[in-house]
Ligand binder design. Structure first.
Ligand SMILES: [Zn+2]
Length: 227
């Protein structure tokens, strides 16, 4: 960063930083902007993010993880905790770049009686000691429910959440004033089709993401049956 850029007001710096991070996400193919997109809900939007693609470029993920680590560098961290494959890749990069050299552990997401749950493998449990300082890492925060579950898990062990680092958070999501650092804080504007300004301007509607959702099936292979 140039000396001139450092002198800009903090708000401007945040805006520039967000633009850079959005550009990085765009290059992974995860972030789509300046489009007119049909969402599965039937609403229209000009922006879209494909969660699965967010952490596919190791050098980008490492760079973004280092920015999060730098933000929390002044606090000692014993452990970085996350859940979900994308968040785990990012949490490794954050832990690697943090001066405390924290360990990385991860919970498993699941459903129990229709309710979301996060559970911690037995082998990790002895690593969370009472009073341990824990940094939570998430890739995209859309409702905050995963972070609430992770926080509750940490509290069960008498440990402390020192902060939450994420790539993207929706600005409208309420995180109970917890210390969150997000590389991008942004809501997608969504519109009912009859009130959509892009429709009014006659911009062609991109139905690719909804079509892909209906048509796609994960690829899979399996071992041959025993003869
Ligand atoms: Zn529209």
């Amino acid at each position: 960063m140039s000396a001139a850029a450092r002198k800009e007001p903090a708000a401007m710096e945040t805006e520039v930083r967000e633009k850079i991070h959005l550009e990085i996400l765009k290059r992974t193919g995860a972030y789509h902007a300046n489009d007119h997109i049909l969402l599965p809900s039937g609403q229209h939007t000009s922006e879209y993010i494909e969660k699965t693609l967010v952490t596919t470029e190791p050098s980008f993920t490492e760079g973004l993880g280092a920015v999060i680590a730098k933000h929390f560098a002044q606090w000692p961290v014993d452990m970085v905790l996350s859940t979900g494959p994308g968040a785990l890749i990012l949490s490794h990069c954050v832990a690697r770049a943090h001066p405390s050299r924290p360990v990385v552990v991860y919970g498993a997401k699941g459903l129990s009686g229709g309710k979301r749950r996060v559970s911690l493998p037995v082998e990790f449990q002895r690593l969370i000691r009472p009073g341990a300082k824990i940094l939570l890492v998430e890739d995209l925060v859309s409702t905050g429910s995963t972070l609430t579950l992770l926080s509750n898990l940490v509290e069960q062990f008498g440990a402390l959440v020192v902060g939450i680092g994420c790539l993207w958070r929706r600005t409208s999501v309420d995180l109970d004033n917890r210390p969150v650092f997000s590389l991008v804080s942004r809501d997608f504007p969504t519109y009912d089709p009859d009130k959509c300004p892009l429709c009014k301007r006659g911009v062609p509607l991109n139905e690719e993401f909804v079509r892909r959702r209906h048509a796609r099936r994960p690829s899979s292979v399996q071992e041959p049956k025993e003869a």
